[in-house]
Design a protein around this ligand. Sequence first.
Ligand SMILES: Nc1ncnc2c1ncn2[C@@H]1O[C@H](COP(=O)(O)OP(=O)(O)OP(=O)(O)O)[C@@H](O)[C@H]1O
Ligand SMILES: [Mg+2]
Length: 239
Amino acid sequence: MSLLEVDGLRTGYGALPVLQGISFSVEEGETAVIFGLNGAGKTTTVNCLAGLLPTWGGEVRFDGKKISGKDAPGVVKAGISLSPEGRRVWPGLSVLKNLELGAWSRKDRKNIDETVQQVYSYFPRLDERKDQLAGTLSGGEQQMLAIGRAIMSKPRMLMIDEASLGLSPKLAQTVFQVVSKINDDGTTVIIVEQNVGVLPYADQALIMEKGTLTFDGRGEELEKSGELKRTYLGDTEEP
Ligand SMILES: Nc1ncnc2c1ncn2[C@@H]1O[C@H](COP(=O)(O)OP(=O)(O)OP(=O)(O)O)[C@@H](O)[C@H]1O
Ligand SMILES: [Mg+2]
């Protein structure tokens, strides 16, 4: 059994359908990357999995249990957390307070500081700036905080929407390396990403186009296939 099973998922906004019935699975302990052009439906997918959008049809199972239909707090309690597109840290609160609030769903309150220290070990910059207001962090630091806050709930599966958007190539690589460490430490990961530099970290790769999946395979298969080039450059010619 896969950790995450998405079966014919449909959703949209108002009367507008976006996801046309997508199906895919993610294995426990792996990193899956979702690629696709702007407007393909990547954010809609992870937001729907996170319980932020209603499910119109299909079913999502996590660890064998149905989670579609749960609201966002219910999904967090089931073990999934999201670092959302646009980061959305609480600007008027300190770095530390943002992290502590990320742990709202936990019952083991006394162990929260341990996870804060773990976040600081992933992102030492956040330790240096723990008392700074989140709204005054640089874009890259806010991204670290958004990811750090998402792991404060100790999720079994972490979803990151646009991990590297707006980051320098160097910082993007740093973020990918930290996410890879988080994955090695036992958390299953889904990353939405347009930066192909993430590919070496992808066990599984998916491509979305117009609310459907047009590729679902191993990362190295995608690397060889030329599909990314076709998607992003509209080029099917071999070099
Ligand atoms: N709140 C909304 N109301 C109406 N339509 C929306 C809303 N959010 C997204 N859409 C539409 O849903 C479609 C998919 O959008 P989505 O944000 O999932 O794409 P994406 O793949 O994440 O794109 P990007 O790479 O630009 O972030 C787009 O056509 C978009 O206009
Ligand atoms: Mg998006």
